[in-house]
Design a protein around this ligand. Structure first.
Ligand code: NAD
Length: 269
């Protein structure tokens, strides 16, 4: 029987989440998606109108099916956590049950259980600001949205200085990598669940474009990485499929680089 995967953080067909969903679907998994509430409408409309059909094609020629799209805001655990202004916001009022606990309950009700959980989301409201100028609010928001989970996406800014990756996002990724190790221990001992994170190289996704320097990072990688080619989202998707598959049954608590080897360089060349 195929496995069931929930991938949080898909709102278009450009990002890592979409590529991961495709790789998992190609390997036979059933795909459930968690989409950020404000992006839900446009994502579902585009899906329905066939805007993504070209990028839904799997290696066998069939189209990836998404069994269900759940509205999700990963920053709130339950309705009590949601402030009034968000509750009243038009883009939120149209959807319901989008806090983390409610989504988990809905998935449980709909399907019983899942086998694979992927966290492919991030949000740093002050990502354009240096850490030195980041407010407490912006910093905590970055950590709140951007850390935690079973398979996740991280970035080397957690361990090396990447000027421009601000607003506490570097801290959020450092927390994510640390949590990956501790959760690997706790979830491994308690439930035999494996927890890993992929440290991905630069991709011109919607989230990355919001940071502003993504084109420079892609050029830098092309010029300096051991493998001089553009990184495709599929390469991260394939690694994700491997990591959540039985082929990776002894891998947990790991940060796996999928970055054309850029992390191994000590200086630019
Ligand atoms: P993306 O825009 O495709 O994905 C980010 C998603 O997060 C979006 O769909 C957005 O709607 C969603 N989101 C934001 N706040 C949310 C919230 N509170 N609740 C639920 N969803 C929320 O961009 P991406 O670059 O593919 O990002 C996926 C992951 O990859 C992120 O963790 C990112 O940090 C990581 N990553 C990206 C790069 C890169 O260069 N693009 C490099 C390394 C790591």
């Amino acid at each position: 029987k195929g496995k069931r995967a929930f991938i949080a953080g898909i709102a278009d067909d450009n990002g890592y989440g979409w590529a991961i969903a495709k790789s998992l679907a190609a390997a036979g998994a059933e795909i459930l998606v968690g989409t950020w509430v404000p992006a839900l409408n446009i994502f579902e409309t585009s899906l329905r109108r066939g805007k993504f059909d070209g990028s839904r094609v799997l290696p066998d020629g069939s189209l990836m099916e998404i069994t269900k799209v759940y509205p999700l805001d990963a920053v709130f655990d339950n309705p009590e956590d949601v402030p009034e202004d968000i509750k009243a916001n038009k883009r939120y009022a149209g959807s319901s049950k989008w806090t983390v606990q409610e989504v988990a309950e809905s998935v449980k009700q709909d399907f019983g259980s899942i086998d694979i959980l992927v966290h492919s989301l991030a949000n740093g409201p002050e990502v354009m600001k240096p850490l030195l100028e980041t407010s407490r609010k912006g910093y905590l928001a970055a950590l709140s949205a951007s850390s935690g989970s079973s398979l996740s996406l991280t970035y080397i800014a957690s361990e090396r200085i990447i000027p421009g990756y601000g607003g506490g996002m570097s801290s959020a990724k450092a927390a994510l990598e640390s949590d990956t190790r501790v959760l690997a221990f706790e979830a491994g001992r308690k439930h035999k669940i494996r927890v890993n994170t992929i440290s991905a190289g630069p991709l011109g996704s919607r989230a990355a474009k919001a940071i502003g320097f993504i084109d420079t990072m892609i050029e830098y990688s092309l010029a300096n990485a051991p493998l001089q080619k553009e990184l495709s989202a599929d390469e991260v998707g394939h690694t994700a499929a491997f990591l959540v598959s039985p082929l990776a049954s002894a891998i947990t608590g790991a940060v796996i680089y999928v970055d054309n080897g850029l992390n191994a360089m000590g200086v630019g060349v």
